[in-house]
Write a new protein. Structure first.
Length: 329
């Protein structure tokens, strides 16, 4: 059967269009993303933001929750490699142990973009870009706020001794957020003109969770009760758990024991408004848009900065009620 040239051209055109359309559908960028888990309000906000930003960016997101296990993250990254995703993104639960799997991604020519926490690798070319927060600076900000508050309010040691005694609830062992905040806090303390006025009585991991924060604070109170003047909790969830322990011990949080957290999540704003916490250093989880913008630039062959920090501030009880309605997480 003869098919007229015009009908043939129309048919070919339709096939091309459908093929082109099909290619357009196939060309949707596919991003494999390994999240560490759901250990805190902050993490949940970070996950929600990544998913919403993926929608806004029009990319296909393959999302994996590692349930707080590095081996699950490594397994997820290997799966993304076998699925030949366009970009691999992940939050390194701890700083080390990533070289081998990132070498596999590099051999597969899949760019890697790191979000939130930092990592230590033998070869920086194993990841293309890192988007996160300056966790060392967050630690410095926490101590500087304490030093200013103690000085301005002429806070005296509760036990009548010579030093303002501090206990620290650290984050997950080996996580850059814990390592960085500890480093920054200690650096700022050592640099303070009042450094001899402070003493760190104890510092122990609460693994960034409310439950562990409460348990470790209970043990601090059993050991040091009236010797504790300040708590620095390396995230707000642990601070909120510690507040429960302090109240159960018959002490007044934010009054008997000054409480400074990190993250600036809504739960901590509520505690500050209720007069149960003093301050929190913001750590911004809303990194999704910048992450997907960076992924697209990399796929377009554009150069991107190796490391970018998102903006963040410090909030205390004096402005908590006024700021709370503006908080996005
Ligand atoms: C910090 C982030 C930390 C938060 C915690 O960038 O990795 O992990 O401070 C979270 O709340 O668990």
């Amino acid at each position: 059967m003869r098919i007229s040239k015009s009908l043939l051209a129309l048919g070919l055109g339709a096939i091309l269009a459908s093929t082109t359309f099909a290619q357009a559908a196939d060309d949707k960028i596919v991003i494999g993303f390994s999240q560490i888990g759901a250990e805190s309000e902050w993490r949940t906000a970070n996950t929600n933001d990544v998913k919403a930003a993926a929608e806004r960016a029009g990319v296909e997101l393959k999302f994996s929750d590692a349930q707080q296990k590095q081996e699950n993250q490594i397994r997820a990254i290997r799966t993304f490699i076998s699925q030949k995703v366009d970009v691999i993104g992940f939050v390194p639960i701890v700083e080390t142990g990533w070289d081998n799997v990132l070498r596999e991604a590099k051999r597969a020519k899949i760019p890697v973009v790191v979000m939130d926490r930092d990592l230590k690798v033998s070869d920086d070319s194993l990841y293309v870009a890192k988007i996160g927060t300056d966790q060392v600076e967050e630690g410095r900000k926490a101590f500087r706020w304490i030093d200013e508050y103690v000085t301005k309010n002429n806070v005296k040691p509760r036990n009548g001794g010579k030093t303002i005694n501090i206990v620290v609830l650290e984050g997950t062992v080996g996580a850059s957020a814990a390592v960085g905040r500890t480093k920054g806090f200690n650096e700022a303390l050592a640099a303070s003109s009042n450094k001899d006025h402070y003493k760190i009585l104890a510092s122990q991991t609460g693994d960034f969770t409310r439950q562990k924060g409460q348990e470790v604070m209970e043990s601090f109170l059993k050991t040091y009760r009236n010797d504790i003047d300040v708590l620095f909790a390396q995230n707000d969830d642990m601070a909120l758990g510690a507040i429960q322990a302090i109240e159960a011990a018959g002490l007044k949080p934010a009054k008997d024991i000054i409480i400074v957290g990190a993250d600036a999540v809504k739960g901590m704003f509520q505690a500050m408004i209720e007069g149960k916490a003093n301050a929190t250093v913001e750590c911004n989880p809303l990194q999704g848009d910048l992450f997907f913008e960076t992924c697209k630039k990399i796929l377009n062959g554009e150069s991107v900065p190796k490391s970018v920090y998102v903006e963040e501030g410090v909030y205390d009880a004096s402005t908590a009620a006024e700021v709370f309605p503006t908080r996005k997480y």
